[in-house]
Write a protein that binds this ligand. Structure first.
Ligand code: HEM
Length: 423
């Protein structure tokens, strides 16, 4: 499969930047997600008071009102604990995904994330075929490795770098970008628009504008691919059929909008957490370097320890009791996946990064049930290849002693601001 098929791309009208080109959705993340460091102690203190709080998750950490939801005048709840979160995400009949339609749907459009059955299962069945383990394993060698190698080539001679700025920020986005065969020269604009789509909590107009601009591009792309299909993911999605008919154009375009965001942003955070966990625990880093069969356990532990998606937003379709509290039909509930992954009843010493811990209970960083992450296998292939390449290419990797150590920060999409290393 060719990368940056310029002949094809040149037939499409080019992507258009935001009207205000100075808007920076990457620094906007601090505005949206704050700089809370030890979120786990805050969670444990709240959990000690009770697992169900009649309070908006966002307002526990941020004074900024939830811009996109203000007009709805909803009742808000925040729910902690593994069993409560697992029950909710498994039980899609009672817990609707409508809140995702109300938030990310404003930019993505008719995305499967915001759908409930039967529409959800009808469309998801088609999309997930492209992301099954045997499919994404092929991406590993063909796409992930070249992206990773290119980025490491740029820093490997320097003896030092910032693994966030120079590596994790770029590589998952570049992987999906190549897979969608988008024009190489426009990658910065696409990355910016893809990220701006999730600025709905603090700049909803920019989220909508970014979704519209990507929508115009992807609509043209899907139409062109339907007329002149190639051997690529967009052609496969454009031509896919559901119940004997082609997928509606709007559904394909919305999925493409979501892909550019979901595939870049989450794996970026997950890999940053993985590297933070290992670099701040040098004995575990050494163990993984010496025994690569531990890479998979390190990835699972990073996803448990600092899940890139902190909450699963749901809406009960009827009054429902959780832990002795009745949550009314139509309320907005944030189920805190991070609290589930740090539930001491499931994970002893939960706040500790420990690649050797027992994994009797599966973490729910990718959620579970009907909406379980479609990209989980791809994310793991990417993280595995990235970590192995970093260990191979950057010998004696360690934190830069002249720089402050990395710290995970934020309350919704946590990240270290830098990962300054020497090698
Ligand atoms: C470490 C990386 C990732 C994490 C932690 C993650 C996490 C999640 C979670 C928690 C959900 C469920 C959200 C909910 O229903 O409330 C989800 C859904 C989804 N993810 Fe991921 N994700 C990751 C990577 C990816 C990648 C690489 C892709 C793209 C290929 C992707 C595409 C999707 C899609 C399309 C959905 C919607 C599925 C549905 O509603 O049926 N994700 N992800």
């Amino acid at each position: 499969m060719a990368y940056a098929n310029t002949e094809f791309a040149s037939k499409l009208a080019p992507i258009v930047d935001l009207d205000d080109p100075t808007f920076d959705p990457f620094i906007g993340d601090e505005k949206a997600n704050g700089d809370t460091l030890d979120i786990w102690s805050i969670f444990h203190a709240l959990e000690a008071e009770g697992l169900v709080h009649h309070r908006e998750y966002r307002r526990i950490f941020s004074p900024t009102p939830n811009a996109v939801l203000a007009p709805y005048n909803l009742d808000y709840y925040t729910v902690f604990g593994y069993d409560n979160c697992a029950q909710a995400i498994l039980n899609a009949d009672v817990f609707s995904n409508r809140p995702l339609a109300m938030t990310i749907g404003t930019a993505f459009g008719a995305t499967i994330s915001g759908m409930d059955a039967p529409d959800h299962s009808r469309y998801r069945r088609i999309f997930q075929k492209a992301f099954l383990p045997h499919m994404v394993r092929q991406w590993g060698e063909a796409i992930v490795d070249p992206v990773v190698e290119d980025l490491l080539d740029k820093v490997s001679g320097a003896g030092r770098c910032d693994l966030v700025k120079d590596f994790t920020f770029h590589y998952p986005f570049q992987v999906i970008y190549r897979q969608l065969n988008l024009p190489a020269s426009d990658i910065k604009t696409f990355h910016k628009l893809a990220t701006a789509q999730t600025s709905f909590f603090y700049a909803p107009d920019k989220a909508v504008e970014a979704g519209e601009k990507l929508g115009v591009y992807f609509t043209n792309m899907v139409r062109a691919r339907r007329d002149d299909p190639g051997d690529d993911l967009v052609s496969a999605l454009s031509l896919a059929e559901v119940e004997g008919e082609r997928l509606p154009e709007e559904i394909v375009v919305s999925f493409l909008r979501q892909l550019t965001n979901a595939a870049g942003d989450t794996t970026y955070r997950g890999t940053s957490a993985l590297l933070t966990g290992l670099l701040t625990n040098p004995e575990q880093l050494r163990a993984v370097r010496e025994d690569r069969s531990l890479v998979a356990a390190a990835i699972e532990e990073a996803l448990r320890w600092e899940p890139p998606v902190m909450t699963a937003m749901r809406m009960p379709t009827r009054d429902i009791e959780i832990d002795g509290h009745t949550i009314p039909k139509g309320a907005w509930v944030d189920f805190i996946l991070g609290s589930a992954n740090h539930d001491a009843r499931k994970y002893p010493n939960p706040d500790q990064f420990d690649i050797f811990r027992s994994r009797l209970t599966r973490h729910i960083a990718f959620a579970s049930g009907p909406h379980v992450c479609i990209g989980q296998h791809l994310a793991k292939v990417e993280m595995e290849r990235a970590l192995n390449a970093i260990l191979d290419r950057l010998p004696a990797l360690r934190l830069d002693p002249d720089m402050p150590p990395p710290q995970m920060r934020g309350f919704r999409a946590r990240m270290p601001t830098h990962l300054a290393v020497r090698f």
